[in-house]
Design a protein around this ligand. Structure first.
Ligand SMILES: Cc1cc2nc3c(=O)[nH]c(=O)nc-3n(C[C@H](O)[C@H](O)[C@H](O)COP(=O)(O)O)c2cc1C
Length: 666
């Protein structure tokens, strides 16, 4: 076992104090929440998964929960670890070794989606409590008979025993998030009339029997943790009172060791389980403190966008929780714990709650992060890039997130780097997004990049536009061109409106509204050919300034390029602000006689309609790279790397990844 020899006081004495739970000692209170990684191939952990979990343990998490392990044959999938199969034990042992060697305890997750499904279409193999549709996919499951339930319980318990033999310290049963056990707990999805349905006693029976069977198979010490549903925001399902009754019923038998509570369900409220893009950080602490009163002695974990060690420390000292679970924040920085403990909080790369990580796994790719281009690399915790063979003077033109990422990585390799930015502040369009409702957390991306840049000696020439006229003044051995992109004016706008600046693009409009508190009576039309988060964040800001906001798009719905979870939140906010959405239309143009009328054409049948009271129009459209300097630089024979939107318009994830790769390569 590798022991931590770092000494010294910490600003978070409770967060970094040890605790014994269920006879298992934890060296601190930092826990890694379960995260599906898509780093499993053919039922076996890849090296990437072993790195990923090992890095979180090495980086300071005393408790690490795996992603769901298939422990019954029915529950098998090729991208799940094979807890049901003795032949797969070696791979699972490697995982246990990778975590336990850091004096961290590894727990496997017991989870079954039941009828739950995110993808389009139905799941014909689903089973569940009652023949009722999943709230998202409308999958109607096969109803489990009591004998099926008994068989599953036996197999789960045997699977947990197998994990114990492989060196795991316990398991966590995922009974929230709208999955199978949640479906049994909820009176909305469980309408059974046998012993597994009905009142709280009946609906908790499956889970209670499962816990007892696991305990009988594994004995003690072997941690059994419960991830329970808090209020799930589904009408007729679980509210705070019923979840408290469920918690009390489970605690009465005393066979598990700790619990956590999570929000939302596999329904329109799915987004609640990963809070953050709008609203405060750590939003569930009051609810958790209240739910733990169902059995105050049960050790309690707090989950839900806890990013700051101060928040964690406070939740421990004010009696909310005994453990702090971090999901996304540990994807972004595996060394969150070590950095907080040793007074290096400023070096933490913070989660920005963009939920790109979720998107990458739902789309079936390996886990990635907008603010950590190295998820699952071997040396992720205390990474230092290898020094460059030849030290160069590098000019990075453009101070957006692609340019900044390339700059600090190149400087960390020993290059002499200068960043030129036209604006007085670094961050590019991400900074603008961070000023809009729900974008606030994004500032952590460029704040970290600037800090890392300064640490490695990057010079910042902000407020300096580099163009055709002064490019020759920039002395460098290599150039990184990261000059972003500009929205193209849509064809329906008369050219003079664009030339005269009557109709600004959405970014220009947001800049002009900065710091203003005006509110105009009339309609602003936002033409949406973008469908990413920033457009809707800007629409919310427009609702502060205009009495009516109408979004017009040729697509079937809004936010098609946004993952389901974030799209739910966007729709919630747009409806809350009474923002009008008009789909399947293209603007045909402004009425020549009455400029307050915008004419629309249905994209399918050509029918026309109109919007009245239009006092302003703006657009969020496909972007065109600002790559004018590329030609000049390459013609002059300079080593030139074109990145970010300037290469081709792209997401935050693609921009930071490309910046990182360029910084490593140059
Ligand atoms: C990419 C991703 C995958 C997740 N996979 C699981 C999972 O398999 N099982 C589970 O119980 N929770 C899963 N979660 C939820 C997290 O464990 C956690 O409850 C949630 O992210 C809120 O915590 P956070 O705000 O610290 O991220 C996942 C979350 C993310 C972002």
């Amino acid at each position: 076992m590798v022991t931590d020899t770092t000494t010294g006081s910490t600003a978070y004495p409770t967060l970094f104090s040890s605790i014994e739970i269920g006879g298992v000692r934890l060296r601190n209170r930092v826990a890694h929440a379960s995260i599906v990684s898509r780093f499993v191939k053919d039922g076996q952990p890849t090296d990437r998964l072993i790195n990923y979990l090992g890095n979180r343990a090495k980086g300071g998490a005393a408790l690490v929960i795996t992603e769901p392990v298939a422990m019954t044959f029915a529950n098998r999938q090729t991208d799940r670890l094979r807890g049901w199969d003795d032949a797969a034990l070696d791979g699972i042992k490697r995982l246990a070794d990778a975590v336990e060697r850091w004096d961290s305890r590894l727990l496997g997750q017991v989870q079954d989606p039941g009828r739950g499904r995110h993808a389009t279409g139905r799941n014909e193999f689903a089973y569940g409590a009652s023949a009722l549709p999943d709230d998202l996919s409308w999958t109607v499951p096969h109803v489990l008979a009591p004998a099926d339930i008994q068989l599953m319980i036996e197999q789960w318990a045997a699977g947990c025993r197998r994990l114990q033999q492989a060196g795991f310290s316990g398991v966590e049963i995922s009974a929230g998030h709208g999955h199978l056990f949640h479906q049994f707990l909820s009176p909305w999805s469980n309408r059974r009339e046998d012993e597994y349905g009905g009142d709280t006693e009946g609906r908790t029976r499956f889970l209670r029997e499962l816990i007892q069977a696991i305990r009988a198979a594994t004995g003690r010490p072997f941690m059994i943790g419960l991830k329970l549903p808090g209020a799930d925001a589904v009408p007729g399902s679980l509210d705070m009172d019923e979840t408290a009754r469920i918690a009390a019923a489970l605690a009465a038998e005393g066979e598990f060791d700790w619990w956590t509570f999570v929000w939302g369900a596999h329904a329109r409220s799915l987004y609640l389980h990963m809070p953050g893009p709008a609203g405060p950080r750590a939003p569930y602490l009051d609810h958790i403190r209240s739910l733990r009163q169902a059995a105050p002695d049960v050790p309690t974990g707090a989950i839900g966008y806890i990013t700051d060690p101060n928040e964690g420390e406070k939740a421990l000292t004010d009696g909310t929780a005994d453990l702090i679970f971090l999901g996304r924040p540990l994807i972004t920085d595996p060394a969150w714990g070590n950095k907080a403990r040793t007074g290096n909080e400023a070096q933490i790369r913070y989660c920005v709650s963009c939920n790109t990580c979720w998107r990458t796994v739902v789309e079936g790719n390996g886990l990635e992060c907008d603010n950590n281009p190295r998820v699952g690399e071997a040396d992720e915790v205390d990474w230092q890039p290898a020094p460059a063979k030849k030290r160069k003077r590098i000019a990075v033109i453009g101070a957006g997130i692609a340019g900044l990422e390339s700059a600090w990585v190149a400087a960390a390799r020993g290059h002499e780097v200068t960043v030129y930015g036209a604006s007085d502040e670094a961050g590019g369009k991400t900074r603008l997004h961070a000023e809009l409702p729900g974008g606030e957390h994004l500032s952590s991306i460029y704040d970290y990049q600037q800090l890392a840049g300064k640490k490695h000696g990057v010079k910042f020439e902000l407020g300096t536009t580099v163009d055709e006229l002064n490019l020759a003044d920039v002395q460098a051995d290599a150039f990184i061109l990261a000059t972003g992109s500009t929205m193209s004016a849509p064809a329906f706008l008369p050219q003079e409106y664009v030339d005269e600046g009557f109709v600004p693009d959405l970014r220009a409009l947001m800049l002009s509204l900065r710091g203003r508190s005006t509110r105009e009576d009339g309609r602003i039309v936002l033409y949406d050919q973008d469908h990413t988060e920033m457009t809707y964040a800007a629409a919310l800001r427009l609702a502060d300034h205009f009495s009516k906001v109408t979004i017009v798009t040729p697509r079937e719905r809004l936010a098609t390029d946004v993952l389901l979870l974030n799209r739910q939140l966007i729709y919630q906010q747009l409806f809350d602000r009474r923002i009008e959405m008009v789909t399947n239309v293209e603007p045909a143009g402004v009425d020549e006689l009455d400029e307050a009328r915008l004419l629309l054409t249905n994209v399918y049948n050509g029918d026309t309609s109109e919007l009245n009271d239009v006092i302003a129009i703006t657009y969020s459209t496909s972007r065109v790279p600002n790559d004018k300097l590329q030609h000049i630089l390459t013609m002059a024979g300079h080593e030139t790397h074109v990145i970010g939107d300037c290469y081709a318009p792209r997401s935050v994830l693609a921009a930071t990844r490309q910046g990182y790769q360029t910084g490593l390569r140059i």
